[in-house]
Ligand binder design. Structure first.
Ligand code: 5AD
Ligand code: SF4
Length: 445
């Protein structure tokens, strides 16, 4: 039996693709191994959102061959999947002789064919084709990243073409999955004991299935908010969704959250910049004023919804004034967390043609200043949880203390508390006593 080692970089969509690749290979008789040194086939599922992520890939490719040579073994068959595979295709073979095959983002359903062709001696095998109509989205429990949490893709790709972003090229145009299929999928996960689903997509608010199938009886201002209500009606314990796109974030989403307790109180709403001038250059399709309207709507909920965001510093042309506007925005929004990235020019995107004129040291300086301010406000936000009771899904034994359990609250905070193994998979009430770095600590009540 061939053993396959699968390593995943990047976003939840890649994690979800890898889960399906592993499910499919296991069903076809391959063994999925956690040990690279035992593997006949190594698959790297790649990310191209920033240049650093791409560099990491080439370091890993080099390592796979070197490690095998050090063990005195033949190099395993090496396949590149994911966004770098889709974007660079056959040119990857010229960049490294260690690569045996390349499989694009929508070709993952044909992974076993690729392995067979390449192990049968076919050189430079690349499949960048589309997903099969009959593609199976199911994941078996054994291949899921968590026994209690499941990712459920609802929309693939992106049509927004923000000027810095490679995703519309690596993941193609938006394609929504039928609502009836999604609802059936969630209902099945619930029966299998899954406690939390994450409805995932690059832009979940842009969810637009071809028909109303599965949404019929559910009202809502957009198909996405109707889907939220339809999924809530499955009565699965918890539903989270990510990523939201500000322009398409309809206030009715907050209404749906207010109506259904199993829709969790967390919204990830990437703003990218606090300056309207930069947002326009990024072609984001929203202004700070309408972003803040959404934030105010979210904050007006009686549910205390946690907010997270993504911000890019050092976009072409970003002045001190533009950067100050980002600092002001962070001051106002009081995010639970904000992921800050230094702008990284991606070949093929419109921003790549602009002059990358914010120097590397200035990007670093802005990164550090913004990160510090976010952490400062984070303390305030986190300390506000102290003495409150949160519902926490007990997900795993803490890495640091074997008598502690770690899990996520409905507001997507990491919470650690003392407890026994038999709590795993249960949702427990935890009174928060302390907050440190990115974690809350509490006790079961
Ligand atoms: N440079 C830096 N950050 C980027 N992101 C996307 N493209 C780039 C880029 N070219 C960030 C955005 C996005 C997150 C997933 O990655 O903030 O929301
Ligand atoms: Fe990229 Fe913009 Fe699409 Fe998000 S919305 S994936 S940032 S193009």
């Amino acid at each position: 039996m061939k053993k396959v080692y699968l390593e995943t970089f990047g976003c939840q969509m890649n994690v979800s693709d890898s889960e399906r690749v592993a499910t499919q290979l296991a069903a076809e008789g391959y063994e999925i191994t956690a040990r690279e040194s035992a593997a006949d086939v190594v698959l790297l599922n790649t990310c191209s959102v920033r240049e650093k992520a791409e560099h990491k890939l080439f370091t890993r490719v080099g390592q796979v061959g070197k490690d095998a040579a050090e063990r005195g073994e033949k190099k395993p068959l090496l396949g590149i999947l994911g966004c770098v595979a889709q974007l660079e295709g056959e040119t990857l073979f010229a960049r490294s002789q260690a690569i045996d095959f390349v499989l694009g983002t929508r070709a993952v359903g044909r992974v076993s064919q690729a392995i067979e062709k390449a192990s049968g001696g076919q050189k430079f095998y690349a499949d960048l084709g589309d997903r099969e109509e009959t593609y199976d989205w199911a994941v078996t429990g054994a291949q899921r990243h968590s026994p209690y949490v499941a990712f459920v893709p609802i929309i693939e790709g992106c049509n927004k073409f923000c000027t810095y972003c490679i995703v519309p090229f690596s993941r193609g145009r938006e394609k929504s999955l039928p609502a009836s299929e999604i609802v059936r999928h969630v209902a099945r996960l619930r029966r299998e004991g899954i406690k939390e689903v994450h409805l995932i997509g690059q832009n979940v608010n842009s969810y637009r299935p071809r028909t109303d199938d599965g949404l019929g009886e559910f009202r809502g201002a957009t198909q996405f908010s109707r889907l939220l209500r339809a999924v809530a009606a499955t009565n699965i314990e918890r539903i989270k969704f990510t990523t939201s796109f500000p322009r398409d974030f309809h206030p009715d989403i907050v209404e749906a959250l207010n109506e259904h307790e199993n829709l969790c109180n967390w919204v990830h709403l990437p703003v990218q910049s606090g300056s309207n001038r930069i947002l326009k250059l990024m072609r984001r399709g929203h202004t700070i004023e309408n972003y803040l309207e959404r934030i105010d709507k979210i904050k007006s909920s009686p549910r205390r919804i946690a907010l997270t965001t993504d911000i890019i510093v050092g976009f072409p042309g970003e002045t001190d004034e533009d950067f100050q506007a980002t600092l002001d925005l962070v001051e106002y929004c009081k995010f639970n967390s904000a992921y800050v990235f230094k702008y990284s020019p991606r070949p093929g995107t419109p921003a790549h043609e602009m002059s990358d004129d914010v120097s590397a040291p200035l990007k670093t300086e802005r990164f550090l200043r913004l990160d510090k301010l976010i952490r400062f406000h984070q303390r305030e936000v986190f300390d506000d949880y102290i003495n409150r009771t949160l519902e926490v899904l007990a997900e795993k034994i803490s890495g640091k203390h074997s008598d502690q359990i770690s899990g996520h609250s409905t507001c997507q905070m990491v919470v650690n508390f003392e407890g026994a193994r038999d709590l795993l998979g249960k949702i427990v009430k935890v009174k928060i006593l302390e907050s440190k770095a990115n974690t809350l600590y509490g006790k079961i009540c």
